[in-house]
Write a protein that binds this ligand. Sequence first.
Ligand code: GAL
Length: 762
Amino acid sequence: MASKEILLLVLCWGLVVLATTSFGANVTYDHRAVVIGGKRRVLISGSIHYPRSTPEMWPDLIQKSKDGGLDVIETYVFWNLHEPVRNQYNFEGRYDLVKFVKLVAEAGLYVHLRIGPYVCAEWNYGGFPLWLHFIPGIQFRTDNEPFKAEMQRFTAKIVDMMKQEKLYASQGGPIILSQIENEYGNIDSAYGAAGKSYIKWAAGMALSLDTGVPWVMCQQSDAPDPIINTCNGFYCDQFTPNSNNKPKMWTENWSGWFLSFGGAVPYRPVEDLAFAVARFFQRGGTFQNYYMYHGGTNFDRTSGGPFISTSYDYDAPLDEYGLIRQPKWGHLKDLHKAIKLCEAALVATDPTYPSLGPNLEATVYKTGSGLCSAFLANIGTNSDVTVKFNGNSYLLPAWSVSILPDCKNVVFNTAKVCLVSCIMIFSYTNIKADEPLLEDGSKTVLHVQSLGHALHAFINGKLVAFAGSGYGSSSNAKVTVDFPIALAPGKNTFDLLSLTVGLQNYGAFYEKTGAGITGPVQLKGSGNGTNIDLSSQQWTYQTTFDAPAGSEPVAIDFTGMGKGEAWVNGQSIGRYWPTYVSQNGGCTDPCNYRGAYSSNKCLKNCGKPSQSLYHVPRSWLKSSGNTLVLFEEIGGDPTKISFVTKQLGSSLCSHVTDSHPLPVDMWGSDSKIQRKPGPVLSLECPNPNQVISSIKFASFGTPLGTCGSFSRGRCSSARSLSSLLLQACVGSKSCSIGVSVNTFGDPCKGVMKSLAVEASCT
Ligand code: GAL
């Protein structure tokens, strides 16, 4: 029945052509774009920081980035990992920068190498090795000879290493850009004239290294020629470079935001992220980088501070575990295709801005040779507006951009997400632990002052009962605590354990912020103030476990534990702190994406532990006999620890309105031939070896809810959709069906309708 009405599309799997690694191109730039091998390019880039995942994960992360439509992978270089002790280098394992760059090249993608060597990045001490701090007379990031000598030495070391491996594009390698310093312009006023001369020196030093590819400085409006100044932020459409000979580039488009212990979990709606990207290309940009495309994990003690969590998930298109996050990844992939359809026009000319009305903006890229691409934006936050452009009408939802590669047909609108979200499932396994933790103590006052970040007090070997710990927060790291204690007759022993939760990584003179107990440390109410020697006390728990079966990513759920650090088979998986709970108020889920985003606009998980799951990379596990070592500082119950695997669920959902554009995939170079009537709902099983096995829900009309909780709305087609979809989809890996009243009948005339489907894959 109705087989003609069903637009059944077979996805063709082209032969995957292995990209060769020969880039061999001269990289320059001009007013419009980065120019590679003589060709101006529109480039979509994404950040993946190599030490925030494992070499075993890298090929998959890079492939998923390529599949998502990226051309470039951006990474910082982390000085403190590579030179933990002065003149002793480490480029092994997760620190194998050359291997990472070569893997990106093998996938056929370019690299933007942001050497810094100051990187910020929520990374311990902003990436600077701690030994730097102890060089006599040193002052960081200013016109200071000891600092400049060390910065130059490390930068030159990295550049030489890349050159030796022939990794610059000028040598046939993938590196098309390099960055020196990082957002110095945000804080340079604090350094006065010395800051100005430092930036000139940094530019000259970088150029003298002769990489053969352009250098950039981000957030540096006075970047000396020929260094390109670039923009960082949630929006960069209003940015202009400091010379008409430089292209408009965006080095950090924050795809979400980082998490702090004690904070709620930030997320950025994809409608807003896509809006920001489209606005940037609309207003003349040609290079854009997602910070982060994969955030990953702050293993070991690499997280910056104060109080940056171990997870650096960032709400990025690839989640902490490297799984595709929908609908973010898929919606951006479609956006990238839409932008690429405009590439020829975008690089050929400057845009013009025909007037459209208040809060509206039309931008046209039109060449003498007949190319024409346009962007139509509604930057109003409340109302959808129908506009007239070139004699046609277009409905522009509030806070959205429509992309018209031929100046006529809309292939993509940033607010129209096809909501293809695969449900994520966590499976739990419990482990056995060997022993319980601490007990108590009590009274008199032990007064301690500390610059932060956390502090535990012990008396006679026991954590002071009830209030034995104090800690600061990401906005105020200082800790002043009055511990009530009871002294035993005779000799008493006090132990104060002071902990850092990531050294400061941002701000003018940030290296002077410090951490740790400053004093005074006093015994109050027991006569004179008393100074007490510091010493640390630790409890170590070791337990063995078998790895959860399968190949899915693994995490430990530390619910039940206090605060500490954990090692699996000798590898530090980072700090855990499940008892640090975020504030109760301020969460909005779902969050209205309309209007300017900021890092605390959309928060989840209020009143719950900021982080209870901690990633254990699969490659660190054996099938059995793994050792988990816990350094627990507060106390907890290791029997409550469980192992979790994270998997893409077997459910997949799509939700498409009858006003969505035709999928951008179906747009051919000859748009007239390729264009089919109306939008299309597509389903595709997440794993290559699965097929669609059943239709759990289908409704055409005004369905409600989201994936996993769809329900019929007031208006719903009477036709049996399940049998239509059964015929079109069940037994196939993927299927598509036209969303129109021709297929489903019109259950409510004059109302905007949509098709929502949830299917199972097995
Ligand atoms: C930027 C900085 C990045 C990162 C980001 C926030 O200012 O350049 O390194 O810290 O903020 O995630």
